[in-house]
Design a protein around this ligand. Structure first.
Ligand SMILES: [Mg+2]
Length: 219
């Protein structure tokens, strides 16, 4: 029986695609003098392609953007620092996030978040979404010194909630980092496909959801 539900953050609770688009809208406006020849939609679309769901370092993304749009006066490093510092100020939740977390808690389940990323950036996202008050444990890879898919990070999360890994359900969007990692640690898994396609060599998740509230149907 499931006693705890653990979540990934980006593209699982936090709608990263929408959040990044909002941040880019502000960044585009801030430097309009330099890239007035690049329409906002072009800037957002090209960033999104180069970013590859967040798996490409932003120094590479911005260097490429400045080169393609032939902008010499701006520094890729400065734009990158701005991204890591400010992007999550624009964090947006997926539909049903608050209601689902509240309903799970009302059923007496423990809740946690396990995310890869920088402590400062992820902490800002958690705080903007009001998640610290809604879960019992948060594990950020940089602070923990472990990264998903390392099963040791999932095991640590279960331990922090005082629940056996076998009694945990893990919800995430990444087949290898989330589903494979959590399963290796002994957890049940639910895939929320918002970013990368399924990776064929990875064993399928126990559940697949189209909306966060779908979790309520199997716990
Ligand atoms: Mg994710």
């Amino acid at each position: 029986m499931v006693q705890a539900v653990l979540f990934d953050l980006d593209e699982t609770l936090l709608d990263r695609s929408l959040s990044v688009r909002m941040f880019l809208l502000h960044q585009h406006a801030r430097y309009l003098d330099h890239w007035a020849h690049v329409p906002l939609e072009t800037f957002q679309a090209r960033f999104w392609e180069l970013d590859s769901f967040g798996y490409v370092h932003k120094s590479i993304v911005y260097r490429q953007l400045l080169e393609e749009f032939e902008i010499e006066e701006l520094s890729a490093e400065a734009l990158m620092r701005e991204f890591y510092r400010e992007c999550n100020e624009h964090a947006q939740p997926f539909a049903g996030m608050v209601e689902t977390l509240e309903a799970l808690r009302a059923r007496g389940l423990k809740l946690g978040i396990v995310t890869n990323g920088q402590t400062e950036m992820q902490s800002l996202g958690l705080s903007v979404l009001g998640l610290n008050e809604r879960v019992d444990a948060v594990l950020i890879s940089e602070a923990e010194g472990l990264r998903k898919p390392d099963p040791a990070l999932f095991a640590r999360a279960a331990e922090r909630l005082g629940v056996a890994p076998e009694a945990c359900l893990y919800v995430g969007d990444h087949p290898r980092n989330d589903i494979h990692g959590a399963r290796t640690a002994g957890m049940k898994t639910a895939w929320f496909p918002n970013s990368v396609a399924w990776i064929e060599e990875v064993e399928r998740a126990d559940h697949e959801i189209c909306h966060l509230r779908d979790i309520l149907t199997f716990v």
